[in-house]
Design a protein around this ligand. Sequence first.
Ligand SMILES: Nc1nc2c(ncn2[C@@H]2O[C@H](COP(=O)(O)OP(=O)(O)OP(=O)(O)O)[C@@H](O)[C@H]2O)c(=O)[nH]1
Ligand SMILES: [Mg+2]
Length: 195
Amino acid sequence: MIIKNAEFIISAAELSQIPPDRKEIAVAGKSNVGKSSFINFLCGKKLAKTSKDPGRTRLLNYFDINGGEFTLVDLPGYGYAKVAQSEKSKWAALLEKYFATPCAHKRHVLLLLDIRHDPTKEDLMMLEYMYYFKLPFTVIATKADKLSRAARARRRGELAASLKIGIDNIILVSSSEAMGKEQVLERLEHILSLQ
Ligand SMILES: Nc1nc2c(ncn2[C@@H]2O[C@H](COP(=O)(O)OP(=O)(O)OP(=O)(O)O)[C@@H](O)[C@H]2O)c(=O)[nH]1
Ligand SMILES: [Mg+2]
């Protein structure tokens, strides 16, 4: 798969604003894990706003890929401690609605985890959602540039064990050092061919 064209569609606070029936790849993960950077890296252009401050993406941001081939969704990050409880529950409600609402979209979730850290309880909750709502997912381990090659391989095994998934369901990426793009695009091609 080649991403030839990527365009911002809409920032939505409500599911009713979601564009009509499309194949959808959702990018989920903890605040600051690198979701927006990953989308920009994948698309080869600065589409999504990134930030050093966690909690930058507060809405569902939709991007069209290759003129209708599929839609990428940048989801608001969860688990950022310094945010007011009221904001947190707003995000949680939006995310829950996103995952729980049955829809015509054929969805696949890319669940991003920082390669250096063990999954948090929110990450595990996301995983529970995936299983509960029978949403297929792939784990993307971000910021792989922060570790040596040997440490990366070790962490991949550890993450797979703690998530109880196969290592082939974890792709290592670095948006800043341009690692893993080919593997992600290959996986997306496969996912979309099944939808
Ligand atoms: N070293 C390194 N830093 C990264 C990488 N990807 C993202 N970052 C940094 O991590 C921080 C957060 O990145 P974002 O892409 O904004 O994270 P996000 O998950 O979209 O965050 P929210 O929108 O707050 O949920 C920024 O300072 C990025 O520069 C990476 O692959 N390697
Ligand atoms: Mg973001």
